[in-house]
Design a protein around this ligand. Structure first.
Ligand code: ADP
Ligand code: MG
Length: 404
């Protein structure tokens, strides 16, 4: 797949970069700038090469029309602070302001276009509507760099269609992400363990299905574990439960048994009377959850069991918090798994954290990025990659290579 070096001399060229700058914003305050930081290497690489860099991105889910609540203006400010230079911010995406902003760029300067999703064409299912918007984006630039890993699983105008219209390459963030995911899927060092948690088992069925063929151990916690416990015949009280997935989960358990994949479930859980930090809560056995309580974290025995199971692993992929970590009484399970991964990293082995909430969890718990081999910026994209799905924002580059 093409990288920036393949684009040749970029001095004075207008380069449109699709970044993932979809950060959590509270009013005008960015509460976690992780994705902005992750976008910096590609942007600075381009400015150092003398390019005129036009960054484009989306924020939140505006409905295809301008909406000030989803303006990227605060992101432009933060991006400027991190780059140490002003970032001009257009007030539209492909209109007069965008054209004027781009025309005002000097070599090595950076501008940010307004939220791509202010335009219905960005996410349209109608190919011609999407194509028309991609044409407008393409008119702003001489080359395109795809660096928004969090969106490469989307066939959107700024991710897919644009790459068929301009000389295009992958940015270094996408390159790094793909490299790590490849290590997980092709011949991972074993034992290879996958820790899955998070809210819903239905979000992760595809990946479980695929992992049963590649991982040696599957550790399950979070809200999704109660569908597994129920499938084994245990009562789960008022815990999150997806009744309609019980059949599928039973089939997975049988397949794991048959194929020798070790499935590790918690032996105890923290059971609370309500989904709240100050609810009455206690540790109970995983097969004895009281009818009026919900499991909001794996218990301390399970934390140790999970840590022991990971201790000798040479590859670990983790997606999804072990509990409702946003509330302190239910963060210990996630903490225990994070600590276990750190020990695996320290031992020189590959640890990958994927998922927006998982990444937020490890940072909230005070871990630093360098305590893991890699923290993926794209939860959905990394899961779809591991599922073995076609990712339009990546395969568009493979198609181009075939055409060359
Ligand atoms: P990621 O973004 O890392 O893929 P998910 O979005 O799947 O993770 O899930 C994260 C959410 O799951 C968190 O907000 C967390 O509070 C919630 N969660 C984890 N365990 C439980 C549980 N036992 N009950 C309810 N919610 C849970
Ligand atoms: Mg999430």
């Amino acid at each position: 797949m093409k990288t920036i070096a393949d684009l040749g001399d970029l001095r004075g060229k207008r380069v449109l970069v699709r970044s993932d700058l979809n950060v959590p914003v509270d009013g005008e305050t960015i509460t976690d700038d992780g994705r902005i930081r992750a976008s910096l290497p590609t942007i600075t690489g381009l400015t150092e090469a003398g390019a005129r860099v036009i960054v484009c991105a989306h924020l939140g889910r505006p409905k295809g029309a301008p909406d000030p609540r989803f303006s990227l203006a605060p992101v432009a400010t933060r991006l400027g602070e991190l780059l140490g230079e002003d970032v001009a911010c257009a007030t539209d995406t492909v209109g007069e302001s965008a054209h004027a902003t781009v025309a005002g760029l000097g070599d090595g300067q950076v501008a940010l276009l307004e939220n791509l999703r202010f335009n219905a064409g960005e996410t349209s299912k109608d190919e011609s509507e999407r194509g028309a918007f991609a044409d407008e984006l393409a008119a702003l630039a001489d080359a395109y760099v795809s660096d928004g890993f969090g969106v490469v699983h989307r066939a959107q105008a700024s991710v897919y269609d644009i790459a068929t219209r301009l000389p295009s390459a992958m940015g270094s963030l996408v390159e790094t992400e793909v490299e790590v995911l490849r290590r997980l899927t092709s011949d991972p060092a074993r034992p290879y363990a996958v820790v899955l948690g998070g809210a819903k088992v239905s979000d992760k069925l595809g990946v479980i299905d695929n992992l049963l063929g590649t991982a040696d151990r599957l550790l399950i916690g979070g809200g999704m574990v109660f569908t597994f416990l129920k499938a084994q015949g245990h009562e789960v009280g008022t815990s999150l439960l997806e009744e309609d997935q019980l059949g599928t989960v039973r089939e997975y358990l049988a397949r794991a048994e048959r194929d020798g994949v070790e499935i590790v479930l918690p032996t105890d859980v923290v059971a609370a009377t309500q989904f709240s930090a100050d609810a009455d809560h206690e540790v109970v056995a995983a097969d004895a959850i009281p009818a009026d309580r919900m499991g909001l974290d794996i218990g301390p025995d399970s934390g140790r069991l999970f840590a022991d199971t990971l201790a000798d692993c040479r590859t670990v992929f983790w997606n999804g918090p072990m509990g409702a970590f946003e509330m302190a009484p239910y963060a210990a399970g996630t903490q225990a798994v994070a600590e276990a991964l750190v020990r695996v990293t320290t031992g020189g082995h590959l640890t990958v954290v994927g998922g927006g909430d998982s990444a937020a969890a490890v940072r909230q718990l005070g871990f630093t990025d360098d305590q893991f081999s890699h923290i993926s910026t794209g939860g959905g994209a990394s899961l779809e990659y591991l599922e073995g799905k076609d990712l339009p924002g990546l395969s568009v580059f493979e198609q181009q290579n075939e055409d060359d």
